[in-house]
Design a protein around this ligand. Structure first.
Ligand code: SF4
Ligand code: SF4
Length: 126
């Protein structure tokens, strides 16, 4: 989930209404992406919501039912993270927003991964 979402405690997961990062001209030109009506990056690849830099205390706060059997990351159903609720492209939320993995926090609306995931779901990318 994007760090920008952290500025809005009510925003789950990829869920704040935020401007695309101004790291490139492409992003400058990007519209606002409302993560709460998207969720594409949470339903793109089972390889994405992997655990990486979390410490044990962080990981312990993630409910076991959402964790992959091999403990490598979030449990996914196909390409969709099991913690994602709602319908991609319409209304979504992260069920563990406050304790989501670091990779989810690093994903930013408008960044390369965001645009890739949105495109795969047929959502606007610019
Ligand atoms: S794909 Fe982009 S807009 Fe959609 S939820 Fe993820 S970060 Fe937000
Ligand atoms: S834990 Fe799952 S639903 Fe939550 S932000 Fe990460 S990928 Fe999305």
């Amino acid at each position: 989930m994007p760090r920008d979402a952290d500025r809005n405690p009510a925003a789950p997961g990829l869920l704040a209404l935020v401007a695309a990062a101004s790291l490139s001209s492409q992003r400058d030109a990007a519209p606002l992406f409302d993560c709460q009506s998207c969720g594409a990056c949470c339903s793109y690849s089972a390889e994405w919501p992997r655990f990486s830099t979390e410490d044990d205390a962080q990981l312990d706060r993630i409910p076991e039912k959402y964790v992959a059997l091999d403990l490598s990351g979030m449990r996914c159903e196909g390409v969709r993270c099991s913690a994602l609720t709602g319908e991609v492209g319409k209304s979504t939320a992260c069920g563990i927003y406050e304790t989501r993995p670091d990779v989810c926090r690093a994903c930013m609306p408008g960044d390369e991964e965001c645009l890739m995931a949105r495109a795969a779901h047929g959502l606007a990318v610019g």
